[in-house]
Design a protein around this ligand. Structure first.
Ligand code: HEM
Ligand code: HEM
Length: 228
């Protein structure tokens, strides 16, 4: 809880991350770990399953960013460069402002991670392993271009790995140096905030909307395999 030293009654629990967003996050972590291991081991059938699931999750998240709960929406956390610089200045001056949702700097990380995972998964569709496996959309690009895209699939993975390490280190820095535990809210959905900073009401979207979007995204990902 930061440097907040008011009476406990001055703090409230705010439901910041809705359940679909939390499930999305931890499922994505599992899919990336699964993609890494299976890619490394050449288990391409499972690599495709984990990778396509990651793709479906990212598309789901992009849609949820427009129709999901209050703090899942891009409009609630994506800010211009001015806000990012202002946030950095305040934090470095020892006045770390706490946000109910993503802070302006974290918002950039969110977009970068989504972009990298999405790009990585799309490249995989066109990749091949030089042995037996061809991605489901390999036939659209042919052997030579597929080779190039496979090279990119390897390179983007290295960038993605660095981004994930930065992401996790940042979360740990917030916990250790800014006294701001972001991990528990990503598990429980609840963030403890000073009453004066807490939003008065948090708009929610019913769970079945998330389920419907997810079903469409999963069907789309499965549909891609039928194009092979
Ligand atoms: C975000 C999800 C994905 C991640 C993180 C990922 C990661 C990786 C990594 C790390 C490798 C290199 C393995 C190695 O050589 O040691 C790899 C290889 C490969 N991936 Fe993915 N991948 C993803 C999605 C996909 C998808 C959706 C497909 C196809 C449907 C795919 C197809 C391939 C192929 C064909 C290779 C073999 C390349 C080669 O042997 O040179 N990937 N992937
Ligand atoms: C493959 C690895 C990971 C990826 C791709 C990833 C990706 C993301 C993304 C896209 C978000 C934004 C959430 C959203 O608005 O949808 C996020 C947030 C978050 N992630 Fe991860 N994540 C990874 C691993 C982890 C791990 C291992 C931890 C725990 C130590 C973690 C902790 C968090 C936390 C606490 C937030 C919320 C940050 C905030 O309050 O602004 N992530 N992550």
């Amino acid at each position: 809880m930061g440097e907040y030293d008011g009476k406990p009654a001055d703090a409230v629990q705010v439901r910041v991350w809705d359940r679909p967003l939390r499930l999305f996050h931890w499922a994505l972590v599992i899919c990336l770990a699964g993609s890494w291991i299976t890619g490394d081991q050449g288990m391409m059938e499972w690599h495709e399953r984990f990778g396509l699931t990651a793709l479906a999750l990212v598309v789901f998240r992009l849609i949820w960013g427009f129709v999901g709960g209050e703090f899942a929406r891009f409009s609630s956390f994506v800010r211009g460069p001015g806000a990012v610089i202002g946030y950095l200045r305040e934090t470095l001056a020892g006045r770390h402002p706490e946000y109910p949702g993503h802070n302006p700097l974290g918002a950039l990380a969110v977009l970068a991670l989504l972009l990298l995972v999405g790009t990585q998964a799309v490249l995989g569709l066109f990749a091949n392993d030089d042995i037996l496996y061809e991605g489901p959309l390999y036939h659209l690009v042919g052997s030579s271009l597929s080779g190039t895209l496979t090279g990119l699939h390897h390179q983007i993975f290295d960038i993605l790995l660095i981004a994930v390490i930065v992401h996790v280190v940042a979360v740990i820095v917030y916990m250790l140096f800014l006294g701001d535990d972001l991990i528990l809210p990503m598990i429980t959905g609840l963030k403890r905030m000073p009453t004066k900073d807490a939003p008065s009401g948090v708009r929610r979207t019913p769970w079945w909307v998330a389920l419907a979007i997810l079903v469409v995204c999963a069907a789309g990902a499965y549909g891609i395999t039928l194009l092979a």
